[in-house]
Design a protein around this ligand. Structure first.
Ligand SMILES: [Zn+2]
Length: 361
């Protein structure tokens, strides 16, 4: 009986992980029980705890996982060698499989189910179809005009404090979340350095959320005017908006309602996004619309990326992320980044850039 239980438990853990991995998505149910139900409550508990720790918990967790993995495999191999039998090695592999299944179940329960919620385009009033190319260029020109107008105030006033201590940005973020859903609003996370910082640098990744600690990790090289938007984007992930475009949209909306420094940061990110989606002559037209101040900032971002990136690693990194997104059923993979422009252009807004929800709810 005890032996049967000892096998039954690990086998059912692996089976459960497989079943949840392939189960058909139920977006409405997931939105209800997880993304606006269980998840925000877990986040409100976990993020304040990880905020209290100055280092990235992610580093500790990945370190412990790596040591455990090597320990189990080396132990199994040694025993197999001593006994001249394969059984100990197979047992070690089985243990690794159970461990991986547990990690996957934890991932789903702590954050990962957010990939299966109802898409923003179905919860907000969004005009169907793609925006017209002229509208995209016009958005880039609008962004350039805002950057020109905000540059002085932004550089004069902002960035003295880290984004998670910027009261205006925090309030703006909370207001946006309240506008978007009835879930309790998420707690903003401090942007932490991580031992994976060099990898972020080489692969030109701005930041990520640790799904097991619900903490925000950032590229150590981010420039002061990049940080408010990156912070708000990661906070949107912490609020359960797993999709990249949705996180950028929420982050941008929060920046729009905050002080000039954060507004500048949001418009700069949107300008960058639009510039990457238009053709060469249009890109030149957008660049020409920038005054020297914002152009210097943009050049500084380009220089930051050029200085440190390893193109092959960047491509490999994005390919890996693409595979990760597809495994989590984001059909567009990394291309979903571009959808933020569609959301900005096609969503209906009330005053102060507040998107209008569907069904008046
Ligand atoms: Zn992101």
């Amino acid at each position: 009986m005890r032996v049967a239980l000892r096998t039954a438990l690990p086998v059912s853990i692996v089976l459960l992980a497989i079943v949840l991995g392939v189960a058909p998505a139920a977006p409405e149910a997931t939105e209800e029980w997880f993304s606006t139900g269980l998840y925000p409550r877990v986040q409100q508990l976990l993020t304040p705890l990880t905020n209290a720790v100055p280092f990235a918990l992610f580093d500790l967790l990945t370190g412990v996982a790596a040591v455990a993995l090597v320990g189990v495999l080396v132990g199994g191999a040694r025993q197999a060698w001593r006994m001249r039998r394969a059984a100990p090695m197979l047992r070690a592999l089985a243990r690794v499989a159970v461990g991986a299944a547990l990690v996957y179940l934890m991932f789903l329960l702590l954050w990962g189910f957010n990939y299966r919620r109802v898409p923003m385009t179905e919860r907000l009033l969004v005009e169907p179809g793609a925006p017209l190319p002229e509208a995209v260029v016009q958005l880039g020109l609008d962004a350039a005009a805002r950057l020109n107008a905000l540059h002085e105030a932004a550089h004069g006033s902002a960035w003295r404090e880290p984004p998670w201590q910027d009261a205006a940005l925090r309030q703006a973020f909370t207001a946006v979340l309240r506008g978007l859903s009835d879930a309790p609003p998420a707690v903003p996370g401090r942007l932490k350095r991580t031992v994976f910082g060099p990898y972020f640098r080489w692969a030109s990744i701005d930041g990520m959320v640790n799904p097991f600690g619900l903490e925000a990790l950032a590229n150590p090289d981010l420039l002061p005017f990049e940080r408010p938007f990156v912070a708000a984007h990661e906070w949107a992930h912490l609020a359960g908006y797993a999709d990249e475009a949705e996180a950028s949209f929420v982050g941008w909306l929060a920046c729009m309602r905050a002080g000039p420094g954060a507004q500048y940061s949001g418009w700069l990110a949107l300008f960058w996004q639009v510039s990457s989606e238009v053709n060469e002559p249009e890109r030149a037209r957008l660049a020409a619309a920038l005054e020297p101040g914002p152009r210097r900032d943009l050049d500084a971002v380009v220089a930051r990326i050029r200085r440190s990136e390893w193109p092959w690693l960047q491509q490999a990194g994005w390919r890996l992320y693409d595979r990760y997104l597809r495994a989590n059923r984001v059909e567009e993979g990394v291309r979903s980044y571009g959808a933020v422009v569609t959301l900005v252009l096609r969503a209906r807004f009330a005053d102060g850039w507040m998107p209008v929800r569907r069904g008046g709810g």
